[in-house]
Design a binder for this molecule. Structure first.
Ligand SMILES: Cc1cc2nc3c(=O)[nH]c(=O)nc-3n(C[C@H](O)[C@H](O)[C@H](O)COP(=O)(O)O)c2cc1C
Length: 173
């Protein structure tokens, strides 16, 4: 074990407690996206909220996000021809919470319209990014999904929904 700069022993690299992991990683502020698609089986929109979204590459245009193996929405989203990443705005907290609940018709109270390719773009989102799954990498209890961007646009103007220390906040820029 190596010492830390203040002389106390550093945290061992094994045996990381889940609560500690979450509280330390929660100090990394993120935005929140809604990953949506038209479910091929029902023809209805579905989705999930995620803060693990990131831009990856411009040439080719790639983005990525991580999905838990326990997600019941991902197996319904995955077979869709296109996925749509909706960047959520601060007034969309209820949309975020709705899409984070397991089960039921997640879109029952959510207003949306079709992108030019028919993907679900949620009313009030700051932007949408339409993509297809390019690679999937199993990483522990999640899968890292790398997706190729085919179309994207700004949508509404406004402030982003931020996720920090397990709670929601706003950007005071
Ligand atoms: C702010 C926020 C961020 C989330 N980020 C992720 C994420 O990056 N990956 C993930 O698999 N689930 C994430 N979730 C959980 C999913 O939104 C959802 O609750 C989970 O997939 C269970 O629902 P499902 O069974 O319908 O998929 C997040 C939830 C919230 C509220």
């Amino acid at each position: 074990m190596h010492g830390s700069p203040n002389g106390s022993p550093a945290t061992p690299v094994t045996d990381i407690d889940g609560a500690r992991f979450r509280s330390v990683l929660g100090r990394f502020a993120t935005g929140v996206v809604a990953i949506t698609a038209i479910e091929p089986e029902t023809g209805r929109p579905t989705g999930l909220a995620a803060n693990s979204f990131t831009s990856v590459s411009l040439e080719p245009p790639l983005v990525a996000f991580c999905v838990a193996h326990t997600s019941t929405s991902w197996p319904r989203l995955r077979p869709a021809e296109r996925l749509c990443i909706n960047i959520l705005s601060e007034p969309q907290l209820e949309v975020c919470k709705r899409l984070a609940i397991k089960g039921g018709d997640k879109f029952a109270d959510i207003e949306w319209s079709g992108s030019p390719n028919g993907s679900p773009v949620i009313e009030g989102a700051l932007a949408w990014i339409e993509c297809t799954v390019e690679q999937e990498h199993v990483a522990g209890d999640h899968v890292i999904v790398v997706a190729r961007v085919h179309a994207l646009d700004k949508h509404h103007e406004g402030d982003p929904l931020l996720f920090y220390k397990g709670g929601y906040g706003r950007f005071d820029g």
